[in-house]
Design a protein around this ligand. Structure first.
Ligand code: SF4
Ligand code: SF4
Length: 398
């Protein structure tokens, strides 16, 4: 383990923890597993212990008290059983940037070989295939062929004002491919001048952060920036909150970037999206990277309320307090059962509202929650906000 993986402010703030354990109270991993070792509180104290034995006079005095390889590896496992939902950071009364520390800690553990080896696959796939699933990157826009009115140009245009950056999950998972299809139909109806990047879109690099491989993000960032420049675009739209977060925090500020909910809100306000009555009661799940990550809470709600006939009811925990769906932090890869148990708690909260559907604005949330309701035969529809709007779209022939 080494201190070079942490920013100086991260090391300093470790000492600010007041041991209030509020971070444990809101942690979905603790709640779903009952295991306190998955809490931010426990993790932070273990990290402090490691830091003390790593540097300074304690290291010299208590060399034998260092963590054994087995203890370190067990600690590494608990660190990766976290959805990176950021709820702990949201409630921390002394303002410790816990999510940033969790990312640095993952990197530290990878450098120390004390991590679940499954995550190696993420770096390998992105490096070799340019997507997180090791699929053929030439097939990234194949979902266009499944559109009801598939355009001849495959939505890949030489030049456009707007690039729709699809992200790996929406590009390759059949369940999630309904999202880019819906988004493209909405943009077409609103006459947005947009294009896809097709095979020139590489993974945005977000999964590399969660895998502790921050040093690998430079290559994908450089490639994607060059690909957008080639299109002459000034704006990028994302339906994936994680791609959006990655571009906001790690890419050069060269383009105007929007999450789809922000962009479509203005299209609807300007009367560009033809809508018809859709009688449906829905509840809205704030994706962690869009809500706590980017502070986008109002636009999705305003979009939902602007759909004629749609009624929005809130869950007990919403906006900053929204409970994670279980799909973040590469948790599904590390511990499928824990991810599903977290999804179960989320779905129970949605059911308590009496809504007919839970709407979100993230392909990963859609996957995690849909898998749970299907496996457990629960009568609750799971929709991305693109799909909800698509359902209210006036059909071209109307
Ligand atoms: S980021 Fe979320 S899952 Fe991870 S420790 Fe914090 S509250 Fe728990
Ligand atoms: S919420 Fe903040 S201060 Fe309280 S235990 Fe967690 S890290 Fe420490």
């Amino acid at each position: 383990m080494s201190n070079r993986d942490y920013g100086i402010s991260e090391i300093i703030t470790l000492e600010a923890c007041s041991s209030c354990s509020l971070c444990a109270d809101v942690c979905p991993a603790v709640s779903a597993s009952g295991d306190g070792q998955l809490s931010g509180f426990y993790r932070l104290h273990q990290l402090k212990k490691l830091q003390r034995f790593r540097t300074g006079w304690l290291a010299k005095l208590f060399k034998k008290s260092k963590m054994t390889e087995a203890e370190l590896s067990q600690f590494g496992d608990t660190v990766f059983k976290c959805t990176l939902c950021g709820n702990c950071q949201e409630v921390c009364p002394v303002g410790i940037r816990l999510k940033d520390i969790w990312l640095s800690l993952r990197q530290d553990l990878v450098h120390s070989s004390a991590y679940p080896k499954k995550v190696d696959m993420i770096g390998q796939n992105i490096s070799e295939s340019h997507n997180v699933f090791d699929e053929d990157n030439e097939e990234r826009a194949d979902w266009v062929d499944d559109m009801p009115e598939a355009p001849e140009d495959g939505l890949i245009r030489d030049q456009a004002a707007v690039v729709y950056f699809t992200g790996c999950v929406s590009a390759y998972f059949p369940m999630a491919q309904q999202i880019p299809i819906a988004l493209s139909r909405i943009f077409t109806a609103a006459e947005v001048d947009f294009t896809l990047l097709g095979e020139e879109e590489w993974c945005c690099g977000f999964p590399l952060l969660g895998a502790g491989l921050r040093e690998m993000t430079g290559e994908v960032i450089a490639h994607n920036v060059a690909a957008i420049r080639e299109k002459g675009a000034h704006t990028i739209v994302f339906a994936c909150p994680s791609c959006y977060q990655m571009w906001r925090e790690y890419y050069p500020p060269e383009f105007a970037i929007f999450h789809f909910t922000e962009y479509v809100y203005h299209l609807i306000r300007n009367g560009r999206v033809p809508l018809q009555e859709l009688p449906l009661t829905v509840t809205y799940h704030d994706p962690c990277d869009l809500g706590r990550g980017a502070g986008v809470y109002d636009e999705p709600r305003q979009v939902i309320r602007s759909l004629p006939g749609v009624r929005l009811v809130e869950m007990a925990r919403n906006r900053e307090k929204c409970a994670c769906c279980g799909g973040g932090g590469n948790l599904e890869m590390i511990d499928k059962d824990l991810s599903a148990a977290i999804a179960g708690e989320k779905i129970a909260e949605a059911q308590a509202t009496g809504a007919q559907a839970i709407v979100t604005a993230c392909q990963q949330c859609v996957r995690t929650m849909t898998n749970y309701v299907k496996r457990n035969k629960i009568q609750l529809e799971v929709l991305d906000i693109t799909q909800l709007i698509e359902r209210a779209l006036v059909a071209p022939e109307d």
